[in-house]
Ligand binder design. Structure first.
Ligand code: NAD
Length: 734
């Protein structure tokens, strides 16, 4: 076959074809219309040429493929809208359905074409690409460190629509299959083999040969489920065994999603219905759900924020274009406490040299020991080797002498949250570093412009705000002070990219972006408590609204005394009206009256008994000035309050120019504090609801609960003009 652009196709002396997927000009293979066209031709060639016995599909790149091009799926939605306007709903939907199941039909044709296909996979093989592998009759994966297979569609609000739900459910026990589809995890080679997802694991250099050997030895071109009398591993749906699976599956779905994720529900329905049907019909059922899910606002919102925007930010969408790439080699970290230790670990883990400095060598060593603990945890899980730990620790040099910071390309301070201490550190660091070295502060509350006053070169001064725990949290807020220069910003972005986290760039203001929204969420929890809402209802309302944890639980993680400290500092700087007196009293009672500091001393809104799950502190009831009858509490309103209060704060940051790009507020709100991911983030929540509807909702809450629900002018104007945050940003960019 000639004129293939995305594949190489050759047949060996034994009549075994090898299709090598290797898209020109791309670092990663992705399923596009052109790829589907060519794969179709390959399948027909293999099927129709008597000299070809079978075919191995592999990749010419380090990775197999990341799956389907999600922008192609977005394009389907646009086609639908266009056709609907021109020809009406029904033809538009029919076209949409046929187009959205093209991949599924192609994979089914491959599976039933009569010749054996084998996939030889190394590196990443996810989503639609793994569905391609699943439709092959045999799967060999490499034992390479980087090899991962899986169906992560659920993470962007989609579900596997290329046969994934049906094939996985016929390869594994139903419970395991549902778990795999719900979690969307990336699975390592040996695990994949143990789960029955792949047949063989081989060294990278041997995967193609191993796959060919399977065909040569007479491997069958009939999928197990196309053999008459096939039985799924868990047996029939309507059977005593089936009844042990489906009722709990339903309950687990509710517990995990609170019915916020249509894609998860579609997985459940698709597997349930599909397992009662022969494969072709089952695939058609899956396609119907897929088409439905593709058109949900949850999928649109999640794809936009968690795939497209996040990808753009990771690739440097906000990096000043005319600053040459910085070549970071050595990073100094001052303050080896809780945050500094985490920053040292992620920096060294990315291969950079670190100088970790504290007031004493002992304190610095203690910070370094944290890296030792983290890698040891990895080793125990089989995810790292002793040699990796040795190499990583060798990159962290501890010190108590500022002179050791000489030669650093970037210095990050994570010392006590005290402007005086920070100013002293700035002076000491600037005395030894070169004129080009960028200085960053990890402050969580102090405006960068103020801190930069202590600097002799404020244009080289920037905020790099990590979230705790540093090794787990993927977001980093980069704060531009008034004087911060482009080079400092570019350096900060290059650094965040090197440590493989996602940056958002915000302008300087009290609380920056994330902590303002989080603070509003926590305050709303406090307000509910003070009103007399039962604590368990507050926490459940948070989770039902889509937040990972309730506001009281979140406050325990952050620490109650920190909240009180910030409230007192705010009061001192901005006056008493800047702090809610009832909230302050609650915190004073808890922290000063009861010694309850949060998880850190095992006493906060929750108790943290040794060896048992946390539970709400029974004494909390006595801290509440009033008690409402739970029957009278409107849960739907609690849920609205908890999201609306955060979204309003996000809208204010736009109005004030703290956030200049809606992508950053959305990505930042999901990665930074888990804002209900199905909404697409704090601004998408407003955009998808419509500013008008949101404003009505907020005004209702304002009337009942007070001025914190007052909408900022920019939002009111938006409701009047019918615009969206993204629409406004696009207009500004044009
Ligand atoms: P921490 O108290 O655990 O650590 C501070 C460290 O700085 C201590 O080891 C201390 O010995 C060291 N230090 C103090 N003065 C020093 C000096 N002059 N020279 C060298 N070292 C000095 O505090 P932390 O929680 O790691 O917070 C550090 C910074 O990070 C603060 O600005 C804080 O606001 C910010 N931050 C904290 C969090 C969080 O969740 N804890 C999150 C984001 C940002």
């Amino acid at each position: 076959m000639t004129d293939l652009k995305n594949f190489r196709f050759e047949t060996d002396a034994d009549g075994i074809a090898l299709a090598t997927w290797d898209m020109p000009g791309r670092s990663m293979n992705v399923i596009t219309e052109a790829v589907m066209d060519e794969l179709e031709r390959i399948v027909e060639t293999v099927a129709g040429d008597a000299a070809i016995k079978g075919c191995v599909v592999t990749s010419g790149k380090d990775n197999f493929s990341g799956g389907a091009d999600l922008t192609m799926l977005q394009g389907l939605g646009r086609e639908y809208e266009k056709l609907k306007a021109e020809a009406g709903e029904e033809p538009a939907m029919r076209h949409f359905f046929e187009a959205s199941r093209r991949l599924s039909l192609l994979f089914r044709r491959l599976e039933t074409c009569g010749k054996p296909f084998a996939a030889a996979v190394s590196g990443i093989c996810l989503g639609g690409a793994f569905e391609l592998a699943l439709s092959c009759h045999h799967r060999v994966v490499s034992d390479d460190e980087k090899t991962r297979v899986g169906l992560p569609e659920i993470k962007v609000g989609l579900f596997p629509g290329g046969g994934g739900t049906q094939r996985v459910a016929r390869l594994m026990q139903t419970g395991d299959a549902l778990q795999m589809l719900f979690k969307g995890e990336q699975i390592r080679p040996l695990m994949a083999r143990n789960m029955g997802l792949v047949h063989a694991v081989a060294p990278k250099a041997e995967i193609v040969e191993t796959a060919k050997a399977w065909i040569r030895a007479g491997g069958s071109g009939v999928a197990p489920w196309d053999v008459p009398k096939f039985k799924a591993p868990s047996g029939k749906v309507y059977s005593p065994a089936g009844m042990m699976i489906w009722p709990p599956a339903n309950a687990i779905y509710r517990r995990e999603t609170h019915d916020n994720y249509p894609a998860a529900k579609a997985i459940l329905a698709s597997v349930y219905e599909g397992l009662q049907l022969p494969m072709d019909l089952a695939l058609k059922v899956e396609s119907r759900y897929f088409a439905m899910i593709l058109r949900t606002k949850e999928a649109a919102a999640m794809i936009r924020t968690l795939f497209i925007s996040m990808g753009e930010l990771n690739k440097g969408a906000r990096r000043p274009k005319d600053v040459a790439a910085t070549n970071l080699r050595k990073v100094g970290i001052v303050g080896a406490g809780f945050m500094g230790a985490g920053v040292a670990y992620v920096t060294a883990n990315a291969g950079l040299d670190v100088v970790l400095l504290d007031q004493s060598l002992e304190a610095a060593e203690k910070g370094k020991a944290y890296a030792h603990t983290l890698v040891t945890g990895q080793i125990n899980k089989g995810r790292a080797r002793t040699a990796d730990r040795d190499a990583l620790l060798a990159r962290i040099r501890t010190s108590a002498d500022y002179a050791d910071l000489k030669g650093c390309d970037l210095v990050i301070e994570a010392v006590f949250e005290d402007p005086k201490v920070k100013a002293e550190v700035v002076a000491k660091v600037e005395a030894v570093i070169g004129p080009d070295t960028v200085f960053a502060s990890n402050t969580s509350t102090l405006p960068i412009t103020g801190l930069a006053k202590a600097s002799a070169r404020p244009e080289q001064f920037v905020g790099i705000h990590f979230f705790s725990p540093v090794e787990k949290m993927m977001l980093v807020e980069i704060i531009k002070g008034q004087a911060t220069g482009e080079r400092a910003l570019a350096t900060a972005l290059d650094y965040v990219r090197t440590i493989r986290k996602t940056p958002i760039v915000v302008n300087d203001a009290r609380g920056f972006f994330a902590n303002r929204c989080v603070g509003a969420y926590i305050l709303e929890g406090h307000k509910m408590l003070i009103e007399g809402v039962p604590p368990a209802m507050i926490e459940n309302a948070g989770k039902m609204a889509g937040m990972p944890v309730g506001p009281l639980s979140l406050n325990d993680e952050v620490a109650l005394d920190l909240g009180l400290k910030i409230a007192k500092a705010t009061e001192a700087q901005l006056g008493p009206e800047a702090v809610d007196p009832a909230q302050k009293k609650l915190l004073v009672d808890l922290v000063e009256g009861q010694g309850r500091l949060g998880r850190k001393n095992r006493k906060g809104f929750y108790d943290y008994p040794e060896g048992a799950p946390k539970r709400l502190w029974p004494g909390l009831r006595d801290m509440q000035p009033a008690h409402l009858d739970p029957e009278t509490v409107d849960i739907a309103e609690l849920k609205h309050r908890l999201l609306v209060v955060q979204a309003l704060e996000a809208a204010r940051t736009v109005g004030e120019g703290v956030i200049t790009d809606p992508r950053e507020a959305d990505v930042g709100s999901i990665l930074g504090f888990g804002f209900a991911p199905f909404t697409g983030g704090a601004l998408s929540y407003i955009d998808f609801m419509g500013a008008r509807a949101f404003l009505d909702l907020a005004r209702g809450l304002e009337a009942r609960h007070g001025a914190r629900f007052a909408a900022p002018d920019n939002l009111v104007a938006m409701a009047e003009s019918g615009e969206t945050f993204y629409g406004q940003a696009a207009k500004k960019a044009a």
